[in-house]
Write a protein that binds this ligand. Sequence first.
Ligand SMILES: *Cc1c(COP(=O)(O)O)cnc(C)c1O
Length: 393
Amino acid sequence: MGTPQPVVRDTRAPLNHASTTPVPFLDLKAQYTTIRSEVLHAVERVLESQHFILGKEVQLLESEVAQMVGVPAAVGCASGSDALYLALRALDIGPGDEVITVPFTFVATAGAIARTGAKPVFVDIDPVTYNLDHNLLGAAITDKTRAIIPVHLFGLPADMKPILKIAGERGVTVVEDAAQAIGSTYDGAQIGSLGRFGCFSFFPSKNLGCAGDGGMVTTTDERMGDKLRLLRAHGSREKYSYEILGVNSRLDSLQAAILRVKLPHLKVWERGRRQNAETYRELFANYHLESIVTLPTTPSNCTHVYNQYVIRCPERSKLRLYLRERGFSTEVYYPSPLHLQPAFAYLGYSEGAFPVSEAACREVLALPIYPELTEEVQSSFVRAISQFYQSRV
Ligand SMILES: *Cc1c(COP(=O)(O)O)cnc(C)c1O
């Protein structure tokens, strides 16, 4: 590679060991500060009511999310992991069944499948979008396949049109893992409204995060709302009467109240993330790094909500260390694909089974992208990346 001539956007001296204020990967406090009084008000309202499980706050949040996503029903639950599990249970998926997903995702996607007793079957990803490669889908479907779980990874929708077409032809249900992608759109439709179920997470680091664990299942199938409600509450409609075997996976009133404060801000935060992504693009171009690192791309029929901003880069681990030593925090989503994890060894996959996922695990690096991130910090971040690659020439 040639010697890049950086066009420096600000004139401050580069950060070094001595002058570094550590740059966090995620600063949740920065966001909390902007909504503190609203949140405290909501928390107090719930504490005064002393109603903590489900209740009015959860019902209101469910209808607000259902309306936003554009589906007839949304059902709150304890986590995004449980949202996936409950959706599969609503389909009566269990032992003897197969469910297809990707190995390049958070463990919960395949974990939810395994928890039902069904077998996770992996399909590799597309190298550009990091999402399920629909060209490989048909060959993975068997007589036992009941569902497909595409993951909208990092906040970018999976290519749903061909996935839904193949699933429809083969009589398989699509369950969206929308944990990282609330608010993103595909062909103008909100994700979570495309498959029969959409599974959302309110884990604090997601774009809409609560003050603990929380999740929600959306469904385009009105009849499924009732079944999901049964499943999340021990299969019980009336006290001490159990229609089906369910679990305890309810959403707390406190979490719902906090989420109702945050939901109206989501669009603005989303815009902030997209603006930061645009700033990164300009900075990487200014430093002539585009031929070295691969930046995220957004297909024209999608919006990306950037729960994570993930670049692909040579010498990833060395770069990460170099940045860490200078106070710049990064993350790796994900360092190892699920088919090579001990917990899924029983599935019998070996190295080389999903080469695109395996390569991604070696090369991806997530940079801070939270809405409150300043251009100044982004600029020093990219400058440090540029310095690393200059030092490697
Ligand atoms: C976060 C996440 C989940 C699980 O959500 P939790 O609320 O943490 O249980 C599932 N799938 C993906 C892709 C995620 O990022």
